[in-house]
Ligand binder design. Structure first.
Ligand SMILES: *Cc1c(COP(=O)(O)O)cnc(C)c1O
Length: 388
């Protein structure tokens, strides 16, 4: 029998250093939490903090979900979802012209970022990403015990030349958010393709380039890059898309990765078999086909963007011209302003954790939400003596 006893241990949880150093992802505050904290009616709260579609999702999705829940034979209910997402991959394949063996479904593209880091990163490896970019790149890299190489941004956007130069022999993945969150900047398709080409010519399949395109549907049609078409020539490219933003399915959780079949095979090895639930698969299948709703969401966002941009100009508040459904604006005493807005029932996103302590990010809402935000912001700035 072992001589060791419990007292030989420090009686502390033993956690890898990389995990101890993790700062958890700070999501936009949920409506119910703000209602509880500030004694407000949840119905009156305006959440402009997580870049969700303010129109919700397509009524056709609602109908499909209701039909599924009310008519589906009992023999189907209670079953695990299709582990291979056959139908959803089928419609994606047809819509985007990518073979199903190049598609991986995820519980949001967030999970796909995790899956990529599980498959391609380990201690001793590194990943390259930009400062002021999507925080999950850093978190998922760190959680694998791999090293993150954060490259300074250029005018709050991605500096692709510097990112290329930052690649080291240990680097296995480069993360490119385009458009970028939380700054709203965008790089033209041509710049992305020449970056991908440079990386492939120098490093071949040794370095993956992950093109995270969560906001692509909000781009003007003439700007929308056809990144999926890059995969054939550049097998090191992984394209991530999500149903959480323009399609409005953030609450259902579904996204996909398009990649070379070999990369897809590796992703599939570490993916949980039932990672995308049945309702999410169904919802995405229906959402993809409702182009009218997508168009309506695009138009509504375009109008809201114009309205908010003009309001910032009128108030003399510097902001980043946006290619997305949110706007980053400058605000000295950002934390206090965000707090004062919360007390008025308006939730915006502080971005100090993204290295931007003097900015706030506001998601573009419906016309009435945008107006309420502008009114609340000008009242707050008046009260704090910060108005122009
Ligand atoms: C919102 C977002 C995602 C993913 O959202 P999911 O809901 O997990 O699909 C991924 N990347 C960026 C840059 C985002 O802003």
């Amino acid at each position: 029998m072992s001589e060791q006893t419990k007292t030989d241990y420090s009686n502390e949880f033993i956690v890898p250093e990389a995990i101890q150093a993790l700062q958890p992802y700070r999501a936009g505050k949920p409506i119910n939490e703000v209602a509880r904290d500030h004694g407000l009616n949840p119905e009156a709260i305006i959440k402009l903090a997580s870049n969700e579609n303010p129109l919700g999702f397509s009524p056709k999705v609602t109908q499909a979900l209701v039909d599924y829940l009310s008519h589906n034979a009992a023999s189907h209910q209670g079953r695990y979802p299709d582990p291979n997402g056959f139908e959803l991959k089928g419609v994606l394949s047809e819509y985007y012209g990518v073979a199903p063996d190049g598609l991986t479904l995820g519980n949001g593209s967030n999970e796909l970022l995790e899956i990529i880091s599980l498959a391609f990163l380990s201690p001793g490896c590194s990943a390259v990403y930009s400062a002021h970019s999507f925080m999950v790149y850093r978190l998922s890299t760190q959680a694998r015990g791999a090293r993150g190489i954060e490259v300074p941004a250029k005018d709050l956007g991605l500096d692709l030349d510097a990112m290329f130069e930052a690649i080291e022999p240990t680097t296995r993945v480069v993360y490119v958010a385009n458009p970028n969150n939380p700054t709203g900047t965008f790089l033209q398709a041509q710049a992305i393709e020449s970056f991908v080409q440079r990386v492939y010519e120098r490093y071949g399949k040794g370095v993956l380039v992950v093109l995270d395109e969560a906001y692509t549907e909000y781009l003007e049609p003439s700007l929308r890059p056809n990144s999926l078409s890059l995969i054939e020539a550049y097998p090191n490219v992984v394209v991530l898309r999500t149903f959480s933003k323009a399609y409005g399915l953030a609450g259902l959780r579904v996204g996909f990765a398009a990649a070379d079949p070999q990369v897809t095979d590796y992703l599939n090895r570490v993916r949980q078999p039932f990672n995308v639930n049945q309702l999410a698969q169904l919802a995405a299948t229906v959402a993809l086909k409702d182009e009218g709703f997508l168009q309506q969401s695009y138009e509504s966002n375009r109008e809201g963007k114009q309205y908010l941009s003009q309001a910032f100009e009128r108030m003399g508040i510097p902001y980043m011209p946006s290619f997305t459904n949110f706007i980053l604006f400058e605000q000295p005493r950002a934390a206090e302003v965000a707090q004062a807005l919360l007390a008025k029932g308006v939730i915006v996103r502080p971005v100090a954790g993204d290295g931007l302590p003097n900015h706030l990010r506001v998601s573009i809402g419906t016309a009435s939400e945008n107006e309420a935000f502008v009114t609340a912001l000008s009242e707050v700035l008046q009260a704090m003596g910060l108005a122009d």
